[in-house]
Design a protein around this ligand. Structure first.
Ligand SMILES: Cc1cc2nc3c(=O)[nH]c(=O)nc-3n(C[C@H](O)[C@H](O)[C@H](O)COP(=O)(O)O)c2cc1C
Length: 417
């Protein structure tokens, strides 16, 4: 535990918010409350706050402020193992809205560092989701009027701009037609991801997640429905995944090898002609061979306005399950033997350096989380809206599972007896 600057020391038997109490014997501890390593990052439990845009930055600045400080610190106080900051734009034109958070300039570092320091003081890890919205940029925050249509670049509010994408294909009739990116634009965006990673390192993040899901720029390149290019960034599968691989390579070139790097994928576009699970598996096999990614975050949808999704509890977990079985298949090396390194988790076939897999989507109870982990369908579980309803959801999950965890010390009287 890190020490606060309080006029006392933590009691000796205090393990920290979100960690089973010393009274819990090992046998009693559900997998949900066991630690896990992602690369060198040690999470105290398996519960992660999924990235969620707050659309709360003032004056088109992209600067995080006290809203973000309070919002994120609450989840840390409540014992989440890792908090992934919202989709954060690597270029100004890559924001979903004018109120998005940004990391396109060094001026963004200090305000993020203040929040990171606060989160770390609760022994919670913190990541940033690096993002570019592409053709889905330049909109109103979704909770305001007219949020389902683009703000045109010449809007008198000054809150709109010209959007870009792989091809001049708009998301739907209410959204702006994107300008097709030139190869130079693509290279600039790859460089912007790299610069954003350098800033993320300076700010003190433990983890970077590259946002390649939900129909934003990278996802637009991956999918044959939004990418009709005829150059090296479009056409066949290899060309469509090129931008993602180049972004990963450029981010990894500045993000130390021992720091965790993840990618969020929309595993399925939920249309007949879009990116599908077969494509995802093919991509994950390539990522697995490359060995530069530590976490695959399995989401879905968002790239097609005619997607058909049947939403139900844990509906995206089958994607994570399939990806885990790919990753668990031993890698073939040139000598024909499987890769090996020492196992870090007893009873688990996984190895320390193996890619970890997360699931997300309508997961709201400790029993659901535990069943996912027990069945080996994912290594960690991300939770979104349940944390908005109750920032102390980790305490609720512990109650669901009948396990005693430490609460934030000052709240000890609220602890379940
Ligand atoms: C308010 C809100 C903002 C979101 N913003 C992002 C985001 O910035 N990046 C992202 O990848 N997903 C975003 N999502 C999706 C969540 O991360 C999550 O995948 C989704 O809500 C499903 O999980 P849940 O059922 O636990 O909420 C957002 C969801 C919500 C509710």
């Amino acid at each position: 535990m890190q020490e606060f600057t309080y006029p006392y020391k933590y009691p000796k038997n205090y393990k920290g918010s979100g960690v089973p109490t010393t009274l819990s014997t090992i046998d009693e501890v559900p997998k949900t409350f066991t630690p896990i390593e992602i690369n060198n990052l040690i999470l105290k439990n398996r519960i992660v706050v999924s990235p969620m845009c707050q659309y709360s930055c003032k004056n088109n600045s992209g600067l995080m402020n006290d809203w973000h400080l309070i919002h994120y610190s609450n989840f840390a106080k409540g014992g989440a193992a890792l908090i992934i900051f919202e989709s954060t734009a690597v270029q100004q034109e890559g924001r979903i809205s004018y109120a998005d958070a940004g990391v396109w300039d060094d001026c963004h570092i200090p305000s993020m560092r203040k929040i990171i320091d606060s989160i770390h003081s609760f022994d919670t890890c913190v990541g940033i989701q690096l993002s570019h919205a592409g053709r889905k940029a330049s909109t109103q925050p979704p909770f305001l009027e007219n949020s389902r249509q683009s703000i045109p670049e010449n809007d008198p509010s000054g809150n709109g701009w010209k959007v870009v994408g792989p091809s001049p294909i708009r998301y739907n009739d209410n959204m702006s037609m994107p300008r097709e990116m030139s190869v130079e634009d693509i290279h600039n965006t790859i460089q912007a991801f790299k610069d954003a990673a350098i800033r993320s390192l300076k700010a003190g993040f433990d983890f970077i997640e590259i946002h390649a899901a939900h129909g934003y720029l990278i996802n637009q390149f991956l999918s044959p429905t939004s990418n009709k290019r005829t150059d090296q960034y479009g056409g066949n599968f290899v060309n469509r995944i090129r931008i993602l691989l180049e972004i990963i390579e450029s981010v990894r070139s500045v993000w130390p090898r021992n720091k965790a790097l993840g990618v969020r994928l929309s595993c399925e576009e939920w249309t007949n002609d879009g990116w599908n699970m077969e494509d995802t598996i093919h991509l994950v096999e390539i990522l697995n061979q490359l060995g530069t990614i530590d976490l695959i975050d399995c989401s879905s949808g968002g790239n097609s306005s005619n997607q058909k999704i049947n939403v139900s509890p844990m509906y995206q977990t089958p994607f994570a399950n399939s990806i885990k079985s790919i990753i668990n298949t031993p890698l073939r090396t040139s000598g024909g033997s499987s890769s090996s390194s020492s196992s870090t988790e007893s009873g688990d076939s996984r190895t320390k350096n193996q890619i970890k897999v997360s699931t997300v989507g309508l997961i709201t109870s400790g029993n659901e989380i535990e069943s996912i982990l027990q069945d080996g369908k994912a290594d960690i579980v991300m939770v979104g809206r349940q944390f908005l309803r109750n920032p102390f959801s980790v305490y609720q999950f512990a109650n669901d599972l009948n396990v005693k965890i430490d609460y934030q010390l000052q709240y000890y009287l609220a602890q379940r007896k």
